[in-house]
Design a protein around this ligand. Structure first.
Ligand SMILES: NC(=O)c1ccc[n+]([C@@H]2O[C@H](COP(=O)([O-])OP(=O)(O)OC[C@H]3O[C@@H](n4cnc5c(N)ncnc54)[C@H](OP(=O)(O)O)[C@@H]3O)[C@@H](O)[C@H]2O)c1
Length: 393
């Protein structure tokens, strides 16, 4: 593909980042022909002639080769992407929610219309994890992929442990610095990290996991006692998705806070940075760190995908099509710390084993083993009672 003409959807943080990265790129060149945005009253800092508010101006323009979807509305994004692919246009997107919620449909669309969709920016921003899994680990059996996939929560957690801020203070600071949205639910409750983990699971293990099946328990119930516990034990707290084989053919995935000690690679991943640990059967542990969000880092990942399309690169999903894939399970035992108020909850949660109990006037906790199925079924109860749990180790 030569002289690529791009049709861009969205001119927010990532859209701007792509525009700048393209403008300043000394190597690869492509032209943005049109930009579709939503708000007619917003002032724009580039020529208004570039903009349209009508999606069909891009989707049905025969001169546009690649649709770059960078909007913040997952359902509208899917409609855009679907129509683009039906019109034989390749797609690049940064929209993790859209990709994770529609993975199977996107696989089917690619096969049916023989066009590619690349989405490196959707999982851990500038860390090239998807292409690494696709190209480098395409044949090696992986055992586990884990990490820090959300910069907002990592920023908040770093501030609580390192600077002694409370959760509320750290969240406010993250919002003031533009790392957290005014409604932080998507980040702090672990949805964002879950979408990324679902995408990574497809490329690492060949399996399409419906996001609704996956437990995401976030950091919104973290309190001073949990922070004190972590600090006293020398742990850092990370919101960490874990995707792991539980047996030869079974794969579990969950997003939970995690206490990590100084020997873990994730311990030193601070502030808005992301980290990914890939554990292969033969290669052992590999660690990747980088900026998981931000205008230019994300724009650069989008640019890299556009450049890859220029030499006809497409994901092959070898682990999905050629390898024996895994079945998804929530039947996995995990070791957790649970802060609680009333012993009743321990019975409800059906702990398999409790190894330590601590009671004091303002802090009760247990350390024990629980099945993910039990934890998932009582998630709402934990949230209602403002309890906090974290994976150990
Ligand atoms: N920000 C990051 O660091 C980052 C990192 C990785 C992935 N992502 C993902 O990238 C996507 C974009 O994020 P962002 O931070 O750039 O969002 P943003 O700053 O809020 O910008 C969103 C853009 O989408 C446009 N838009 C919304 N609905 C539209 C529609 N139906 N048709 C056309 N345009 C529409 C908005 O138009 P107006 O300008 O008219 O309002 C705006 O330009 C999201 O899916 C996000 O999850 C973001």
């Amino acid at each position: 593909m030569k002289n690529i003409n791009l049709g861009l959807f969205g001119f927010g943080s990532v859209g701007h980042g792509l525009y700048t990265a393209l403008d300043q790129s000394t190597g690869f060149k492509a032209q943005i022909k049109r930009i579709c945005v939503k708000n007619k009253d917003k002032s724009r800092d580039i020529d208004m002639q570039m903009f349209t508010f009508e999606k069909d101006d891009i989707l049905f323009d025969p001169e546009i080769d690649v649709v770059v979807e960078l909007i913040d509305d997952a359902e509208a994004a899917f409609e855009i992407v679907k129509t683009a692919m039906e019109n034989k246009k390749h797609v690049v997107t940064s929209n993790k929610k859209m990709v994770a919620m529609h993975l199977q449909e996107l696989l089917d669309l690619q096969r049916k219309y023989q066009v590619g969709i690349l989405y490196e920016a959707s999982a851990c921003g500038s860390i090239p994890i998807i292409r690494t899994l696709e190209e480098y680990f395409d044949n090696e059996e992986l055992v586990q992929v884990s990490g820090i996939f959300n910069g907002t929560t990592n920023y908040i957690l770093t501030k609580t442990i390192k600077d002694g801020l409370t959760y509320a203070e750290a969240l406010k600071e993250a919002q003031l610095k533009g790392f957290a949205e005014s409604d932080p639910t998507n980040d702090v409750e672990g949805f964002d990290a879950k979408y990324k983990a679902v995408i990574i699971a497809l490329h690492a293990f060949g399996i399409v996991v419906p996001p609704t099946e996956v437990l995401n328990f976030g950091i919104s119930t973290l309190n001073e006692m949990d922070i004190l516990y972590a600090r006293e034990k020398g742990f850092n707290i990370k919101l960490s998705p874990i995707i792991k084989k539980t047996s030869e053919k079974k794969l579990a995935l969950y997003v939970l806070p995690r206490f990590v000690n100084s020997e873990n690679h994730l311990y030193k991943v601070e502030n808005e940075f992301n980290g990914v640990i890939v554990e292969g059967k033969f290669s052992g542990e590999q660690f990747f760190q980088g900026r998981g969000a931000g205008s230019l880092p994300t724009g650069s990942a989008v640019l890299s995908d556009i450049s890859a399309l220029s030499y006809n690169y497409q994901y092959e999903y070898k682990k999905n099509t050629q390898h024996q894939t895994h079945a998804y399970t929530n039947d996995a035992d995990i070791d957790i710390y649970l802060r609680f108020d009333d012993d009743e909850i321990l019975k409800e949660l059906n702990f398999k084993e409790i190894r330590a109990r601590f009671y004091s006037p303002n802090h009760n906790y247990v350390l024990g083993t629980i099945n993910l199925l039990d934890l998932r079924s009582k998630q709402q109860l934990l949230l209602e009672q403002r309890l906090f749990c974290a994976v150990l180790g």
